[in-house]
Design a protein around this ligand. Structure first.
Ligand code: FES
Ligand SMILES: [Fe+2]
Length: 412
C-alpha cells in the first residue's frame, strides 16, 4: 500500500498527457489519499432537491468512511448531517431514502428534530445537557435544485458555481421536477477511470450505438475555449438560445473543476431517445423549444449532468474501494408529467441505461488491463481526449498541492 511519499513520487513521475500509473488507479493507499484530500474536502453532488419534496423526506449517502443523511426540515430547508447518533454512534437512517417526522435512533430511541436538535433522550439522569448532543452538521447547499454537501470543516468557495448554476439551471425549474427513475450500479473500476471515461467521446462510436443517434462524438463539440469560441454548429445554437433567453455559452471555473455549456444534439434531435424525439410531452420549466440540446454540467470529483428540454439526467459517483465505484443516475421530469400518459419509462431511460452499462463494461475492462503488470501509462489523444487530460491535470495538481509538506509553524 502506497504511503504519502510514494504517492507524491508517482505524481511527480507522471508523464504529461499520459495516463496514470497502475497504483494511482488501484492502490488502497491512493484511494485513502483521494478520500482524505478530495472527497472529504470538496463539494460533492448529493441529490436533486426535488427528491426531498416534502418536510421529513431524506436520502442517505456513504462518502468513504462517512455516512451522511440529507433531509428537508419543517421550514423547507434542506440540511445535511452526519448519520451518526450522538449517544453511542448508531447509524440513524439505514435506508437509501425515506420520510420521517423526527429522526429516531433505532438503538435506544434518542430522537432528533429535522434540524438536528436532540429532542428526547430517555433516562439520561440529572444534569444531562441535551443541547450539547445535536446531530453534527455537514455543509449543504441547494443550488437551483441540485444539492451539494461538503464534509470539510471549512468548505471551499461555492458562490461562483452557485451563481452560475442559478442562472443556467433556472429554465429547467428543477423545483418543479420529480425523479421519474433512479438507477445505481457498481462499476468495478477506480473512480478516476469512471470520470476519465466520461470526459471523452473517443470511445462513443465503438461503444454507444444508442447514444450516438443523438449525441455527437465530434471532439470539437467539447472543445470550447470560451463563451464566444466554439465550432460553428455550437455558435449557431448559442445564438438561437441567446435569442430565446436560454443561458448556454461555455462557462467554467478557472482551474476547470466545473463547466457548464449547452450543446446541440445531432441533426434536430430533441432528447436522448431511440427515436431522437422528446421522451416527455411536458417540457421542463420555461424551456423554449424541444431541440434546446443538452446543458452539460460537470463538477469534479463526483458529478456530471445533462439538462434537456424534456428531462434532466443527473449522475453521482462515490468510491466504494480502490477498484469499485458506485454510479447513481436519476432521470428528472416535470412533476406533473404522468407516467404512461406524458412519458413512457422505458423510452425515457433506455438510452442512458444502455450507455451506463456500456460504460461500466469499458471501465471494468480498463481496470482489468491496468491491473496487469504489463500495463504502462499510454498517451492520451490531444485531439480526442482533451477533457481527460484536463481532469487528470486537475487531479494531479490538487493532490500534489495537498500532499506537499506544510511549512512548520515557527516556534515561539
Ligand atoms: S446509539 Fe442512538 S440512541 Fe443509543
Ligand atoms: Fe461512454
Amino acid at each position: 500500500m502506497l504511503n504519502t511519499h510514494d504517492i507524491q513520487a508517482q505524481l511527480s513521475a507522471r508523464k504529461r498527457n499520459f495516463s496514470l500509473s497502475r497504483e494511482l488507479y488501484s492502490d488502497p493507499g491512493v484511494l485513502e489519499a483521494d478520500l482524505q484530500h478530495i472527497f472529504y474536502k470538496e463539494w460533492l453532488f448529493a441529490v436533486p432537491a426535488c427528491e426531498l419534496a416534502k418536510p421529513g423526506a431524506y436520502a442517505t449517502m456513504q462518502v468513504g468512511a462517512y455516512p451522511v443523511v440529507i433531509i428537508r426540515g419543517s421550514d423547507n430547508r434542506i440540511r445535511a448531517f452526519h448519520n451518526v447518533c450522538r449517544h453511542r454512534g448508531q447509524r440513524l437512517c439505514s435506508h437509501a431514502t425515506g420520510s420521517t417526522q423526527k429522526l429516531v435512533c433505532p438503538y435506544h430511541q434518542w430522537t432528533y428534530d429535522l434540524d438536528g436538535k436532540l429532542l428526547y433522550a430517555r433516562e439520561m439522569g440529572e444534569g444531562f445537557d441535551a443541547a450539547a448532543y445535536g446531530l453534527k452538521k455537514v455543509h449543504c447547499i441547494d443550488m437551483a435544485g441540485v444539492v451539494y454537501i461538503c464534509l470539510a470543516d471549512i468548505p471551499p468557495p461555492i458562490a461562483e458555481l452557485a451563481q452560475t448554476a442559478m442562472k443556467y439551471l433556472a429554465p429547467s425549474a428543477l423545483q418543479d421536477a420529480k425523479v421519474a427513475f433512479s438507477s445505481t450500479i457498481i462499476e468495478k473500476g477506480n473512480w478516476k477511470l469512471v470520470i476519465e471515461n466520461n470526459r471523452e467521446c473517443y470511445h462513443c462510436s465503438g461503444s454507444h450505438p444508442s447514444l450516438c443517434r443523438t449525441f455527437s462524438d465530434n471532439p470539437k463539440i467539447g472543445a470550447m475555449d470560451g463563451p464566444d469560441s466554439a465550432s460553428p454548429e455550437i455558435m449557431a445554437h448559442w445564438q438561437r438560445c441567446d435569442a430565446a433567453g436560454l443561458p448556454s455559452r461555455f462557462v467554467h471555473q478557472a482551474k476547470m473543476q466545473w463547466r457548464l455549456a449547452r450543446v446541440p444534439l445531432l441533426g434536430n434531435a430533441e432528447s436522448y431517445t431511440m427515436s431522437t424525439k422528446a421522451a416527455v410531452t411536458k417540457r421542463m420549466g420555461t424551456m423554449p423549444f424541444n431541440d434546446a440540446g443538452s446543458l452539460l454540467m460537470y463538477h469534479y470529483p463526483n458529478t456530471w449532468n445533462h439538462f434537456l428540454a424534456d428531462q434532466a439526467i443527473v449522475f453521482r459517483i462515490l468510491p466504494i474501494s480502490a477498484t469499485e465505484t458506485e454510479v447513481t443516475t436519476k432521470w428528472l421530469v416535470h412533476k406533473d408529467a404522468v407516467e404512461g400518459v406524458d412519458y413512457d419509462l422505458e423510452n425515457l431511460t433506455e438510452v442512458w441505461m444502455n450507455t451506463n452499462d456500456e460504460d461500466r463494461q469499458v471501465v471494468e475492462e480498463n481496470q482489468k488491463g491496468i491491473l496487469s503488470p504489463a500495463y504502462e501509462p499510454g498517451p492520451y489523444s490531444t485531439i480526442q481526449e482533451e477533457g481527460v487530460i484536463q481532469f487528470v491535470d486537475w487531479y494531479c495538481n490538487i493532490m500534489q498541492d495537498r500532499l506537499a509538506p506544510r511549512p512548520a509553524l515557527a516556534a515561539e
